[in-house]
Design a protein around this ligand. Structure first.
Ligand code: ZN
Ligand code: ZN
Length: 298
């Protein structure tokens, strides 16, 4: 079968190759890939800025149908429409694994970087990370389950939004757009912020239910948020841009005792006015990947 393979370490080194079809182990499911998304992580792997284990087939946001199941698999049958988590291998013994937080296991190897992924015809994963897809979810939408689960983990499981919260989403990329929709579902009043280059994405954010969108190159975000919140600031800021200017703005916009969640990755250390966290008694959090509960909820 054809596959997109990171062949060796270093910048680039990605090729389409002919690879053998994978065998299915006793506790594994072979999925025929029907749709797969390209993630920012794939770009980082291209530049060798994210852990990868070459030679490895890329692709970790995907869905498809079950082609074959291992001897011990009774949960799925051939033809089932499914998607898969990314935690392909975990140790199963550390405190994170035991408490269901295996996304943080130091032995974790991910689909599409640590082990073979989905930019190919068949992908084999352990049965524990396979989730059935409802019939009304098409394949392209199904491939979005992975980024959605990340957002469920970051927003619903770790940040927590209460009905009526003013939620600022900085950065209208895929994660920002999903975070905006989820914040609406959780009952927030959602303001999505971006730059002039993001105009189209801001229009999409509005279509997808954001209450307000702002081009911060044309409008003053601090003034607008102050006006909306009687001068207090946003209850929740979800920083999805992964650039330091976004994080700086986010800290400014968060009200005292508010919540700031770093959703985007900077890829390098940044300079920031960290003591704002003390002065404003902020609750600051981040998140990494997702776990079983994030998928079930998503
Ligand atoms: Zn991803
Ligand atoms: Zn572990």
């Amino acid at each position: 079968m054809k596959a997109v393979v990171k062949t060796k370490k270093g910048k680039g080194n990605i090729e389409v190759q002919d690879v053998p079809e994978p065998e299915v182990g006793f506790d594994e499911v072979k999925i025929e890939v029907k749709a797969a998304g390209i993630c920012g992580t794939d770009i980082h792997i291209y530049y060798d800025e994210y852990m990868n284990n070459p030679p490895v087939i890329l692709g970790h946001e995907f869905c498809g149908v079950v082609k074959e199941v291992g001897k011990n698999v009774t949960e799925f049958k051939i033809g089932d429409k499914v998607t898969s988590e990314t935690s392909a291998k975990v140790c199963g013994k550390c405190r994170f694994c035991i408490t269901g937080n295996y996304n943080l296991c130091s032995g974790r190897l991910a689909v599409g970087s640590g082990v073979n992924g989905a930019f190919t015809k068949y992908c084999v994963v352990r049965k524990q990370i396979v989730h059935p897809l409802p019939d009304n979810v098409d394949f392209v939408s199904g491939a979005l389950c992975e980024p959605l689960s990340c957002v469920v983990h970051g927003v619903s499981e770790l940040t927590g939004i209460q009905a009526g919260d003013v939620v600022v989403v900085i950065g209208p990329g895929p994660i920002g757009l999903l975070a905006s929709q989820l914040s609406k579902v959780e009952g927030g009043y959602v303001i999505v912020m971006g730059l002039s280059v993001d105009e189209e994405k801001l229009i999409l954010a509005k279509k997808l239910g954001a209450d307000l969108t702002l081009n911060i190159e044309k409008e003053n975000p601090e003034k607008i948020i102050k006006n909306l919140t009687k001068g207090y600031g946003a209850d929740v800021v979800l920083e999805c841009s992964g650039v330091s200017a976004g994080a700086k703005l986010g800290l400014k916009l968060t009200r005292k005792k508010g919540k700031f969640t770093q959703m985007g990755l900077f890829g390098k250390p940044i300079e920031i006015d960290f003591e704002q966290i003390a002065y404003k008694e902020l609750k600051v959090t981040g998140f990494f990947s997702q776990k079983w509960t994030s998928w079930e909820r998503g």
